[in-house]
Design a protein around this ligand. Structure first.
Ligand code: PLP
Length: 455
């Protein structure tokens, strides 16, 4: 067999890829028709493909490369840890220094009494842990009937059976018999698409009160937890009205429902604070973390858990864990990544570069005939494409214009993702003003080309 390296021609790599590699969220027909773009290296916010094109990655991979690509210091930490202790587990009363140090660091960074960490390999796994942990918590408290978890339509919590069930993605529920029992969904706080004539404030309150209605419908004694992303990411970077989260917090407090903040995207600086919960002003009992925890350099996720829940879970044996829970190499790299975020003041940089530099340019995109709304919190943003700005209407074929715009972005060497007809960004947190200028110029060009093609 031919040795497969970067030196093979792109077409050959693409043919092998289409023949043998099953891709997430991609159709076989798409791969067969034009092949996948082959990314060969990356530095900072820039990717290089197999044709030598330089591409600005305004998505930080999948919202994860917070410190930017290609840091040699993180590579050195991984190499050192592989030599020193390649692997050991954290089951059956054993531990190791990287897991201890990372858990202690997370306890220091996380707000309130979120002082305990259960490690997983990804965000999906961590959310599966959360399902089992909150149900077990209530069982240990003598309330085994408190099992239902309330989540939101168009939320995203991962791709495993548990994660995808917590998520409210219709396309995912249509495959594989989801959601699993005991998970119910209320409507999302997406004012632009679903707010009608209501003010954003009234709409935010109304959507939050659906949680109270659902708790009363099911019975307080049946509900274990509510889970939500502080700002919906994969649903289209949907920033809820300011009234939404305070009302959710009030309802969780009133009915003693555990609050799980899925911080897989919003954690580790993305919103201009260490955690999105701080940005929206909530006090979760559990936070799901992954992605920015290691800046995507190695796979790792986890749940940061408050004192009370950890104490109850720890009072017996929690029959749950993954071979790679607290993997020493992943933990060592994650710890070094957190140190970089802290030492280089990258969370402060997010606030400095987002407001007003990016925010003004992003908001200015609403002067484009296709753009009905622009939202930005820290370094996650969206623009809504619409055929009628005044009425906020949707296109006749939802997602087709967004898809075309994403293709134009890609052709213009800019990675921006589309969710239906929302175009979204979540660049590496180290993005500089001069990169932002390139991002905006290429986004505008791509919007122009999309608009011209519609006429
Ligand atoms: N939760 C949220 C909010 C996410 O955005 C994601 C991934 O995008 C996940 C969970 C799942 O994480 P992973 O893909 O690491 O399993």
């Amino acid at each position: 067999m031919t040795l497969i390296t970067n030196h093979l021609p792109t077409a050959e790599l693409q043919a092998l890829d289409a023949a043998h590699h099953m891709h997430p969220f991609t159709t076989g027909a798409e791969l067969a028709a034009k092949g996948a773009r082959v990314i060969t290296r990356a530095r900072g916010v820039w990717l290089t493909d197999s044709e030598g094109q330089e591409i600005l990655d305004a998505m930080a991979g999948l919202w994860c490369v917070n410190v930017g690509y290609g840091r040699k210091d993180l590579a050195a930490v991984a190499a050192r840890q592989i030599e020193e202790l390649t692997y050991y587990n954290t089951f059956f009363q054993t531990t190791h220094v990287p897991a201890i140090a990372l858990a202690a660091k997370l306890a220091e960074l996380a707000p309130g009494d979120l002082n305990h960490v259960f490690f997983a390999g990804s965000g999906s796994e961590a959310n599966d842990t959360n399902i089992r942990m909150v149900r077990h918590y209530w069982a240990m408290k003598g309330k085994p009937e408190k099992t239902v978890i309330i989540s939101r339509k168009n939320g995203y919590h991962g791709s495993t059976m548990g994660g995808a069930s917590l998520g409210g993605m219709a396309g995912m529920h249509a495959q594989g018999g989801l959601p699993i029992p005991g998970i119910v969904h209320i409507d999302q706080p997406h004012w632009y698409a679903e707010g009608g004539d209501m003010t954003p404030e009234d709409f935010g309150l109304a959507r939050a009160r659906q949680l109270e209605e659902k708790i009363l419908e099911l019975g307080e004694d049946k509900v274990a937890a509510f889970i939500g992303e502080p700002i919906q990411g994969a649903g289209g970077v949907i920033v809820p009205p300011a009234t939404y989260w305070p009302e959710i917090q009030r309802i969780c407090d009133k009915y003693q429902i555990l609050l799980i903040a899925d911080e897989v995207i919003t954690g580790f600086g993305r919103t201009g604070n260490w955690f999105g919960s701080q940005t929206v002003g909530i006090r979760p009992h559990i936070m799901t973390i992954a992605k920015g925890l290691s800046s995507g350099y190695v796979p790792i996720g986890g749940s940061i858990v408050c004192d009370e829940v950890a104490e109850v879970i720890g009072s017996g044996e929690f029959n749950h864990g993954y071979t790679y829970s607290g993997h020493p190499v992943a933990a060592a790299v994650a710890l070094a990544n957190l140190q970089i975020l802290q030492d280089e003041k990258i969370v402060d940089h997010v606030r400095d570069v987002a407001h007003p530099y990016l925010a003004e340019k992003w908001q200015a995109l609403t002067d484009h005939p296709l753009v009905g709304e622009a939202q930005l919190v820290g370094l996650m943003g969206s623009v809504a494409l619409t055929p009628d700005k005044a009425r906020r209407t949707a296109f006749a074929e939802p997602g087709a214009v967004g898809y075309r715009c994403r293709e134009r972005c890609f052709a213009n060497n800019l990675v921006m993702r589309h969710v239906g007809d929302r175009m979204i960004i979540s660049p590496p947190l180290v993005i500089r003003p001069e990169d932002i200028d390139v991002l905006i110029a290429r986004a505008r060009k791509s919007l122009d080309e999309t608009y011209t093609a519609l006429k």
